[in-house]
Design a binder for this molecule. Sequence first.
Ligand SMILES: Nc1ncnc2c1ncn2[C@@H]1O[C@H](COP(=O)(O)OP(=O)(O)OP(=O)(O)O)[C@@H](O)[C@H]1O
Length: 589
Amino acid sequence: MKNKFRYFSYFYKYLGYRLWITFFVSLFVGLLDGIGLALFLPLLKLVTNGETGDPSGEDPVSEFVVSYLGVFPTLINILGLILIFFSLKGIAKFLEGYIRVKYQQYFMSRLRISNIDLLNSYEFKHFVKADVGRIQNTFTGEVSKVNTALRYYFKSFQYGVLVLVYVIMAFIADPLFSFMVVAGGILVNFLFKELYKRTKYFSRKLTSQNHTFQDLLIQKVAFFKYLKTTGLNDAFGRMLKNKVKVLERLQLRIGIIDSLLAALREPVVVLIIAIAIYLQVGYFSNDAGLVILSLLLLYRALTFFMSTQEQWNFFLGVSGSLENMENFSEELKAGKEINGNLNFIGLQKTISFNKVSFNYDGKEVLHDIDLNIDKNETVALVGPSGSGKSTFIGLISGLLRPSKGEVLIDGTALTDLNLSSLKSRIGYVSQDVNVFNDTIFNNVTFWAEKTSENLKRYETAVKKAAIDSFINELSMKEETLLGNNGINLSGGQKQRLAIARELYKEVDLLLMDEATSALDGETEAIIQQHIEKLKGSLTIIVIAHRLATIKNADKIVILKNGKIQEVGSYKDLMERSKEFKEMTALQNL
Ligand SMILES: Nc1ncnc2c1ncn2[C@@H]1O[C@H](COP(=O)(O)OP(=O)(O)OP(=O)(O)O)[C@@H](O)[C@H]1O
């Protein structure tokens, strides 16, 4: 019961008063149907006793017809009333179906939108540890499963309301008989509990297996080239196929329980009613008319009761997805990044690192960093692999937060800034280039409108990124579609495209993490020239292994083991840093 309410409150969070509307409409359907059915009692009497009989006041239904509806129960009147009540029920049933579909769609959109919002504000620190397969699966397959769960929940809820209406009416007609049937129903429900438990167990398993399947699938697509080249494609494919089989088996088990419940439904209903009638006839003698009426109502109640159970079992079959969705949203909420409310209006003077340390899961990778970066300065970070260069860049963009100390932008702590306003002014090019599965134009402009102004900006950006001649040779030019993650581009072309995207953005701060690493010397030199031209007009922070590319940087920062070892210009460092001199010597500079 506790669970049923937990699910209710989950749906209520998204649907609110709509759930109550559903409840009342179902109640209305039940009442109309119940009254329509009850009218068969006077009808039966009229048919057996003939029109001349006196049906008034003999049974509660006729009493109801006379006193509440103000109609004298003649054959034609009763037939008319039956028709009216069943027609009204038809209308209410349509309304019930309509609101079910409408609210279901509403629920699905709200769920999707809320998940997108939560993912948007999910802190990077948590994201790197998240299970990508689970995120993907939850966003796609699981959303529709939760929607299916809502459909089953709605249905079992609506049927449950009907059961309640029929049982109450049957009790009014014949309490003893009704009691026996209800007791039978409860007993059966008890017996079915084990089946429900199994379904729930399989459902949870199904969800987690689906996550793993998605995870493998994502990796198969992402590493397609590698797997194909190394012949590991088949082995990976086998793992995927095994998962498909596991999923098939789990689904089959849930299906078997569903079929078992469906098959048991009718015989069980008939059995309970048969026993009740037998006892009624053998041991008690009651008004046959009322027994028939409550029989009618209870047959319906029991059928709906079984349908409620069946729908509930369907619901349990997807309840693993619901639990997963609840946990998923909670995790995203818990990992929400802290966002300040001051808008970033562009760098005015300085970015300062004030005794900044950073740790990943307790392991400190940057220690006590003090550094000032002035507006429009070009700063290069050098140092051995793992020394903390990328982490440093992550701290400037607000992707990571210091564990100690502060990063200040013009004296304001980064934590007080609205991160979207900051990030919209930051360009970032890294070793891992992201190419969207779309045209070159959309990749560079991030789906900007093709106005003449934007086209001009686009042309300038691709020229500066030295990718213009490559694009011009393509028959579709900027409308050329790029494959999945730029699979039909060379590493260098991808990197130039990424640079063009950031240059198009017209940012304040350009962060380049090994941005030109995939380029040949000649192309790198061309881009370098363009970046040199940008020098002084925006703040550039660059991580470079090839020291030749940072000769003209205003400041070079040498990082070692998470600490700043030296800061100075290329010339300064050549004069005073033995380590830097050795580094340049190794690169034949
Ligand atoms: N998500 C993470 N979780 C745990 N440790 C991490 C994570 N990312 C990086 N590290 C660790 O932090 C340290 C600094 O990494 P960082 O990527 O900043 O170095 P880097 O100087 O940029 O290296 P490279 O030149 O190889 O790119 C490394 O020891 C790395 O193992």
